[in-house]
Design a binder for this molecule. Structure first.
Ligand code: NAD
Ligand code: WQD
Length: 343
């Protein structure tokens, strides 16, 4: 199949491109490189033994999208492009609604115009309402608590309406990711946050490589077994495989479908830290700090629907997530900023 991957130079998109190419699909990447580097595409080509076609552009630009869909005879779209920092979405909500909601409307409109039937959209577990009852299944109460989460939920609602419209030609799927971490086992692709990482795993990795002095553990008085926050960490390679499974399953189907992608298991901050210490072979400096505003104590996925319907299940352990992150971080201490032809 000819697949358009928006945001394909980014963290999750790049890993997914490799797997799409490996499975025989042809890939065109549309990215504006606002949070990635074009050199990532070379690495994707090296790993897969085959290149992606590259288009520089913004998903909010409908004319570019229509041209790319037509010229490359695209048959399905994986839509990763968007902004993802929760804190930034609170300080600059308009920018988030613009990239995430407007960008997705633009993708849907261009697909309808050109006649491309299948869309897989990057949603997030942040669309669920805070709850004390775990695990979170797809039918759990929805209620995002920040503009980022609301932007994801709004797109899901639009997709639902579009799929329900009479005579629609679109078949739509939203994948709600839990906490993606890890890197390609080659150490050539990984997460490369700009500035100080917001998320736990890249922060721990930067402490391990000596870029940050110490990890702050945000709260150790939560109602969890060791008092630290619990999340469902998922290897990015498993997540990429989930997209390929969703794409294959969607072929020839209609309607709007939603799936959680997670392992179904929660891990605490201290469990992640210990697993990372085992992976890098040394103790890592850390200190307990105040809780971070807006953090939930715990959440993890009910991952049964993806297993039963898509035949997809996460395979990789927390140890493998840490080992692959460490390989990526130690081989690329400054991320992609390595002079290999960056933008
Ligand atoms: P990323 O920032 O690494 O990748 C996003 C890519 O999209 C980047 O290459 C960026 O340059 C590009 N981009 C951003 N805005 C664009 C625009 N308007 N036009 C064209 N390109 C644009 O992020 P990621 O972690 O790979 O996340 C991919 C998707 O998954 C995002 O939609 C994100 O919201 C969603 N998601 C991520 C996580 C996570 O924890 N990483 C969790 C749940 C959902
Ligand atoms: C995990 C745990 C922190 C950093 C965020 C977004 C979510 C999704 C994924 C996109 C928590 C603790 C963290 C640190 C720490 N993204 N922590 N010290 O908050 O579950 O989810 O990323 O959809 O929308 O909100 O992930 O990795 O930031 O935090 O103690 O320096 O690690 O308190 O318990 P989170 P995270």
């Amino acid at each position: 199949m000819q697949v358009l991957v928006t945001g394909g130079a980014g963290y999750i998109g790049s890993h997914t491109c490799v797997q799409l190419l490996e499975q025989g699909h042809d890939v065109v990447v549309l990215d504006n490189y606002s949070n990635s580097k074009p050199s990532v595409l070379q690495r994707i080509g090296e790993l897969a033994g085959r290149c992606v076609a590259a288009e520089r552009g913004d998903v909010r630009d409908g004319a570019v999208l229509a041209r790319v869909l037509t010229e490359h005879r695209v048959e399905a779209v994986l839509h990763f492009a968007g902004l993802k920092a929760v804190g930034e979405s609170v300080t600059d909500p308009l920018r988030y609604y613009d990239h995430n909601v407007q960008g997705s409307l633009s993708v849907l409109r261009a697909m309808q115009q050109v006649g491309v039937p299948t869309l897989v959209f990057s949603s997030s577990a942040t669309v669920y309402a805070p709850s004390e009852v775990m695990p979170l299944s797809e039918s759990a109460a929805l209620g995002p608590v920040n503009p980022y989460g609301r932007s994801k939920r709004m797109v899901e609602q639009v997709m639902e309406d579009v799929a329900r419209a009479p005579n629609t030609t679109l078949s739509l799927c939203a994948l709600r990711y839990f906490n993606p971490v890890g890197a390609h086992p080659s150490g050539r692709l990984g997460e490369d946050p700009q500035g100080i990482p917001n998320n736990l795993m890249p922060f721990v990795a930067q402490v391990a490589v000596g870029r940050r002095p110490t990890l702050q553990v945000f709260g150790n008085d939560y109602p969890t077994p060791d008092g630290t926050g619990v999340r469902d960490y998922l290897h990015v390679q498993d997540l990429a495989a989930g997209h390929v499974a969703a794409l294959n399953w969607m072929h020839g189907r209609s309607g709007f479908h939603v799936f959680n992608l997670g392992t179904g298991q929660g891990q605490s901050v201290l469990q992640v830290l210990r697993a990372f210490e085992a992976a890098c072979g040394r103790d890592l400096p850390h200190e307990v700090a105040a809780r971070r505003d807006g953090d939930l104590a715990y959440y993890w996925a009910d991952a049964r629907k993806a297993r039963e319907v898509l035949g997809w299940q996460a395979q990789l352990s927390l140890a493998q997530m840490c080992e692959d992150t460490w390989r990526w971080q130690s081989k690329n201490p400054q991320g992609y900023d390595d002079g290999e032809g960056t933008s």
